[in-house]
Write a protein that binds this ligand. Structure first.
Ligand SMILES: [Zn+2]
Length: 326
């Protein structure tokens, strides 16, 4: 990054996912000045993953000729937002749980670094620059699994165990076994993985992905339509339950499955009409608009000068944390 001008108005956002690490330089108004993606070396351990993120930031700075004033990271796993360390992670990441990601990047880049869970970052992105603008918002991310996040009074809610908003692992949605080992969680109906699996078991036809199920639904395949109907119904019920409990008027749904919003929307609308929150105020459930950029932009929002309202509230050290794959 030598030779490039430092600008505190420009920050870097990095999204460390299971297969790809994406980064962008972001201006104060959310405009993306440069972007790049590398493979995540998830099998080579935390140090290799951190180095990939650092190289990405340097590459972006060189490409744009601007040194970012700070770096925000959205990372898979349970994150301690105070230190930026990874507290728990799924088995697909070698030596990730316990890795001091924030400290390593701070030392490596000599910049302020803040780290959040990737689903929290998604919601920060949508509240800052997407369809989730507001001070009280629920975020639901329908990807490989189902993640969730809460912004309350303009602040990300972490909870005493760092697991606030984990809506994917709430029970009451049937008899299927969840990835976490429990039964009937929202994730068993609404994740991309479960949509593909449920279509395959209904039709006897193995299928690669939820995207293919969506294509078949749009072509009139009734089994495919039914799987999306049930997913949308479950997501809407979960949103209504969460929104009723904490009185949020808006839920933003992101992740790859949200690209099939046309297929989810009918059953979502039906549930919102039949089961509105008791407050009498309508709950809006909308698709995210930042798509694949939501985590990167939310990570940038973590450290953006324009968005200090979304400061993190740390939770206590040493608390028991579930091993959650996000
Ligand atoms: Zn579960």
């Amino acid at each position: 990054m030598s030779g490039s001008a430092a600008s505190s108005a420009v920050v870097a956002g990095v999204d460390i996912g299971g297969t790809k690490t994406s980064g962008a330089l972001v201006a104060a108004d959310g405009a993306v000045l440069a972007r790049a993606t590398r493979d995540t070396p998830a099998r080579r351990g935390g140090a290799a993953m951190a180095e990939t993120a650092a190289l990405l930031v340097e590459e972006l700075a060189d490409a744009a000729g601007v040194r970012p004033g700070a770096v925000g990271v959205g990372a898979a796993g349970v994150v301690d937002p105070r230190t930026g360390s990874i507290r728990a992670a799924s088995d697909m990441f070698v030596d990730w749980a316990g890795f001091p990601l924030g400290a390593r990047l701070r030392e490596r880049l000599a910049l302020e670094v803040r780290v959040e869970n990737d689903v929290n970052a998604f919601l920060l992105g949508e509240t800052a620059w997407g369809s989730g603008r507001g001070s009280d918002v629920l975020g639901v991310m329908l990807g490989t699994g189902v993640g969730g996040a809460l912004v309350l009074d303009g602040r990300l809610r972490h909870g005493p165990h760092g697991a606030a908003g984990e809506i994917g692992h709430t029970p009451g949605y049937g008899e299927l076994i969840c990835t976490c080992g429990r039964t009937g969680h929202l994730e068993t109906l609404a994740s991309g993985t479960s949509i593909a699996r449920r279509y395959a078991s209904a039709t006897g036809r193995p299928i690669a992905s939820a995207r293919t199920v969506a294509e078949r639904a749009r072509a009139g395949d009734l089994a495919a339509v039914r799987v999306f109907d049930e997913a949308g119904r479950a997501v809407a019920l979960a949103c209504v339950s969460a929104a009723t409990l904490v009185d949020v008027p808006l839920a933003v749904v992101g992740g790859g499955v949200a690209a099939a919003w046309d297929l989810l929307a009918p059953s979502v609308a039906a549930i919102l009409a039949s089961d509105p929150p008791v407050s009498g105020a309508p709950l809006r459930v909308v698709p995210g608009t930042l798509r694949g950029d939501a985590v990167v932009l939310g990570a940038a929002a973590l450290v953006s000068a324009s968005d200090q309202s979304f400061s993190s509230t740390p939770f206590a050290e040493g608390e028991l944390v579930r091993d959650v794959a996000s």
